[in-house]
Design a protein around this ligand. Sequence first.
Ligand SMILES: C[S@@+](CC[C@H](N)C(=O)[O-])C[C@H]1O[C@@H](n2cnc3c(N)ncnc32)[C@H](O)[C@@H]1O
Length: 362
Amino acid sequence: MCVDRLISTAVIISRIRRALPIVLGHDPLLPFHRSPVLLQRLYQSPHIPLLLAVSYLLKLLKRCSSCSYPILVKSGVEWIVEATEQLRGVTHSRRAVRMLLNVLAVAAVSAAVLYVLYKWLIPAAVQNSGWLALIWHDVIVERVLNILTGLSRPQRMLKAVQKNATKGDPQSVIAAIDYYCRHKEWAMNVGDDKGPILDSVVSEVNPSTALELGTYCGYSTVRIARLLSPGSKLITVEFNPAYAAVARQIIAHAGLQNKVTLVEGGSGDLIPKIKEQFGITSFDFVFLDHWKDRYLPDIKLLEDCGLLKKGSVLLADNVICPGTPEYLEYVRNSPRYKSQYFQSYLEYTKAEDGLEKSVFLG
Ligand SMILES: C[S@@+](CC[C@H](N)C(=O)[O-])C[C@H]1O[C@@H](n2cnc3c(N)ncnc32)[C@H](O)[C@@H]1O
């Protein structure tokens, strides 16, 4: 590369040396010949091709034309003006193309780096920390995807279910959501690590009446409802109307709408009205998976409203991440409960989380 440049420089300089004296009557580059740095600068100058072109043209005109010298000079000057403009255009457009290519190269490399960071490096780095995973997935990625897709995360999850799950097949709905959340986009479902623990507790209790606090998109609702015996009923509560709308469609896609009553509203408002509104005397099973600071007040409300009976089973999600210390302290120390921790992972990550199963002793 360097040798090529030197050769080209030498060739150009020798041409200029031969051309310029013809045009100017002397060699203006003479003083620079001993300085390689100046020659290099001259070589890089955009005026060199212009000077060459002018000198060649004048030489040609001098030879071929029978015109007098002043006319020759006049037409030469006109040509110079024209050639200068053309060459300037060429030089500028070449520079513009080079600049554009540079900008495109920088943009392509930056996009590739950002993609690798977004797709693999950051998700891998936050996998083992529950809080970092929550901030990354729940705060940053969700907002970016909302802007890019014009849809909310629950709507994207619903689309994945409609595309990939078989209607009337709850297992395929669960699989479609788990696949979507493991490979495309994290979401706050109980997930496929803690899900089997939830399944085993529901199967063991075999409840005729079940309550779920916190529906979100209906993932855990489908998990619970698919295991209920005929005639059993699940009430699920969600205070976000947009989530509730998506959950209704996912539950219907799974074919479980007859087993589930989705109530739109806050748990604190609903619990005192359950007996009257639904004719339920008590719950055999309660799944707590709403905002964590509501766990303790809501089970005290369930106790006060007489909705727990001896043997009722409470199962609380996320007792480690984000964590429910007051609730754990209460159920683990109260003589009214027999409590047991099931260790697992925060949904779709490798960070520790777990479920607390607490049997109400009356
Ligand atoms: C972790 S998500 C539930 C996930 C769901 N159980 C699953 O595993 O698929 C918590 C949900 O509870 C809802 N929520 C929080 N506090 C609530 C309350 N006091 N009453 C009703 N819904 C609540 C939130 O809007 C959110 O959708």
